[in-house]
Design a protein around this ligand. Sequence first.
Ligand code: GDP
Ligand code: K
Ligand code: MG
Length: 272
Amino acid sequence: AGKIKIALTGNPNVGKTTLFNALTGSRQHVGNWPGVTVEKKSGSVSYKEYDIEVIDLPGTYSLTAYSMDEIVARDFIIEEKPDIVIQVVDASNLERNLYLTTQLMELGSKILIVLNMCDIAEERGDRIYIDKMQELLATPVIRTVASQKEGICDLLDKVIEQKEVQQHHGHEIGYGTEIEDRILEIEKVLAEDETRDTRYPLRWISIRLLEGDSNVREKISKSPVYDRVIQIIDSIDQEEYEAEIADKRYLAINTVFPQMCTRANGKLTKSD
Ligand code: GDP
Ligand code: K
Ligand code: MG
């Protein structure tokens, strides 16, 4: 039997735990993440000839380092390298959920999007064009209503299919020439350190450093190239970069979102 490890991620209240329960039933284990008081829930499901391990990550709106939940979620994805990272999104609140998507896509994992709460969106008369969404985000999308156990088999079939797919999904956001040049510069210096933790994508570390992420800064503080990296960071207006990076993410969302969804009244509202 093949083994597959999947992690569930998403904003709070999107139905992650409901989906986790629907997938794993009573085969669950609840503990704590090592060293922190954040709850760790894992479980497993046998499906076809596969043994699928499911980890319910803490719900987060982003993957910056403002809370322990965010650090636990992103470190798990980067260090444990689950075969597939499943982002559960609330279909009735899609746009707001896409910010996390833009961040997940920089972690280097295969991503699968579960469009949950479709019953609420559909009842309201919203239309989400799943094919278009898959194309624009370059990730598979599965429709579910977790509270009714709808779409669970579709999801498991897609997990098995994706496990075998080689290519890495997801569109990475471009941050414009100036920031991209700076990212490359930092990547180059970081790459000179042969003792570095190669599980961490260089591009991700570089972007996070430009955004002023103190947790990532701490992670590389023992590196022989640390001083040179910090020199680069100190030479820029860090707050300006941080704002510009966030702007580019919102711009990417604003560009794709209207193409993948129409509201009941035919008009798009920014967010409910
Ligand atoms: P989490 O914070 O992401 O873990 O979300 P929960 O699993 O705790 O779900 C939040 C609430 O949404 C609960 O009351 C669930 O019963 C409900 N819920 C979950 N999935 C669905 C769904 O697909 N449709 C509807 N209508 N409610 C759902
Ligand atoms: K909850
Ligand atoms: Mg939960």
